[in-house]
Design a protein around this ligand. Structure first.
Ligand SMILES: [Mg+2]
Length: 155
């Protein structure tokens, strides 16, 4: 009998992608705009968070895990949907594009873990599994997250 894999969701902004730094440089391009994210180019040009690519790849390739990206779109900015897809292909490849879920209602996805920097706002607080709050004291960075999973699933 094969063991059931744990389902893990990983957020994009502030978890895989450095939205904060990207926003500052996009704002510098459009200083007059209150919402510079309304202009294309922000989402697809975000830099990865340190260790995010290596850590996501480790999770993705782990035989005991079934890993998906679960990101909320910026619903007023239709280009955010396409740009998130472009970013995932650029940094993680087509195999991960297959597992890209863009939804503003994260609690509707069934699963065991959600790695997200926000405790609520897009359904995180109603997610049925465990919320791993990225950027918190317990999980300040990717090395703390991978250490946690190593402990949890490799013991
Ligand atoms: Mg986020």
């Amino acid at each position: 009998m094969t063991e059931k894999k744990a389902i893990v969701y990983v957020d994009m902004d502030h978890v895989l992608c450095d939205y904060a730094a990207g926003f500052v440089s996009h704002k510098a391009k459009y200083p007059a705009l209150a919402f510079p994210q309304s202009k294309p180019g922000l989402y697809e040009n975000l830099d990865p968070i340190p260790d995010a690519i290596e850590s996501y790849t480790w999770l993705h390739e782990h035989p005991k895990l079934d890993v998906y990206i679960l990101t909320a779109p910026s619903i007023k900015n239709p280009h955010s949907y396409a740009e998130k897809r472009i970013w995932v292909e650029k940094y993680l490849g087509m195999a991960v594009v297959e597992n890209l879920i863009i939804s503003p209602h994260k609690h509707l996805n069934k699963g065991d873990y959600l790695i997200d920097d926000m405790p609520s706002g897009q359904g995180q607080n109603n997610f049925e599994g465990q919320l791993i709050l990225f950027g918190s004291e317990e999980f300040p960075d990717w090395s703390s997250v991978t250490r946690y999973f190593k402990c949890k699933i490799e013991s």
